[in-house]
Design a protein around this ligand. Structure first.
Ligand code: RP5
Length: 166
């Protein structure tokens, strides 16, 4: 992680979410986007969540990415305390395979939006890419990093057209 002012606040409900959310952190790092990573639980540390979400804007955070599993209130409650864009990543749960996480994050009532990504690793990576797109509206270096990421991804597919060859 760099010493630069974090632009993305990457929060998650538990240390156990890191196995999924580290893919988001890796992608932000690859794109050169400064971020901070914190465990902030809607249920176990509700006061910390309120403080974090309500102060993020004034601390210079521009996008919040919130990953949570089970009865996953973290993204929605964070969104309730800030007008920053909040991207929600449903983390696979042990009992219901993450369907609980997905439904509790995606099904926000009107008025307080959460941009919900796919369940698990794909959502974690895509949250970072979407954050790059948002930040890239003002910061051309992040837009360029995103375009470069996608160009490499396309080249990688085109370079290996035969699915039987590793
Ligand atoms: C949620 O409860 C977390 O986001 C996590 O996905 C889930 C389980 O947490 P642990 O019991 O593993 O700490 O708050």
């Amino acid at each position: 992680m760099s010493d630069a002012q974090p632009l993305v606040g990457l929060i998650m409900g538990s240390k156990s979410d890191w196995e999924t959310m580290r893919h988001c952190a890796d992608t932000l790092e690859a794109l050169g986007i400064p971020f901070e990573a914190r465990v902030v639980s809607a249920h176990r540390t509700p006061d910390l969540l309120f403080t974090y979400a309500s102060q993020a804007d004034s601390r210079g955070i521009q996008v919040i990415i919130a990953g949570a599993g089970g009865s996953a209130h973290l993204p929605g409650m964070a969104a309730a305390k800030t007008v920053l864009p909040v991207l929600g990543v449903p983390v696979p749960s042990r009992t219901l395979d993450g369907l609980d996480s997905l439904l509790s994050i995606v099904q926000m009532p009107k008025g307080i939006p959460v941009g919900t990504l796919a369940l698990g690793k794909a959502g974690a990576i895509n949250a970072a890419l979407l954050a790059a797109g948002i930040l890239g509206l003002q910061r051309p270096e992040f837009r360029d990093a995103l375009m470069n990421y996608r160009r490499k991804q396309t080249e990688e597919v085109l370079a290996h057209p035969d699915p039987r060859v590793q």
